[in-house]
Design a protein around this ligand. Sequence first.
Ligand code: PAF
Length: 305
Amino acid sequence: MTLPPLPRVVRTAGELMAATAELLGGPPAQGREGERPSLGFVPTMGALHEGHVALVRAARRANQVVVVSIFVNPLQFGEPTDLQRYPRQLEQDLDLLAGCGADLVFAPSEHEMYPDGPPLVTLNSGALGNKFEGAARPGHFDGMLTVVAKLLHVGAPAADAGFRCYFGQKDAQQLALIRRMVRDLNFPADIVAVPTVRTGAGLALSSRNRFLTAEQQDAALVLSRALRLLDGRAQRHEPLDLDSAVALVTSARQVNLDYFEVVDPGTLEPLAVNCRETPFTGEALALIAARVGSVRLIDNAPLGY
Ligand code: PAF
């Protein structure tokens, strides 16, 4: 049995740029002759699971070179204990990536990313970043956007190559903010959203699921159940009757609902119509967050797509 090779690990921005230039200058990938070469970039914080694998596989299908970054970004953590307990497991991550086609892993140190300590100039996620997850985790999205901006700068290939960046639909508010940043600040990157990967029972994969007991994992299924209820109604063009879905979640044991809203997918503003009594038409996004035990979980469902 031959094991798939581990991706090459680079630690500095300079090494990353040199390695991607070399790979992009190589022979065209099979079946892609004549196409403009492109780089698929998957930013992560490690602790990889099948949700990340889906991002990497999507990048592999569409690009000549695939780079995964692994960096636990201190700027996007509020509580120091959350940052400390965030899993760091590079060896395991590399094993997982070996089978799914990543060419390079960019795993910089904190000093490489923030050589002068916490940056003086950061991005502000504005009104879109202050609600929902931003309200629960003040500063989180400013820190997230700041590191994504930096990663997109160091990960970008030379101008004659395409640049696609892959993010999970699971973190819907993060995705909306990154799309907005790329438009507002003219980043030369195409943002590709990859559907949420779930367990067979429906729980959205997350690196936080490891902190749930088996009983809590069962309890957490009510989140996806409630989203499925709304999705079914949207598909049948019925009123969404959000209140009944909220009641389903609030009646579940061990589950402490934070928010459950149906919003515009781009602005995350609550919908003026379509939500409760009128038949559903158009497109919307259902967002939910709850604490199960001490673990905060988020999930969402695009409606009407
Ligand atoms: O979704 C994540 O893992 C992180 O927020 C990201 C986008 C890699 C930025 O640190």
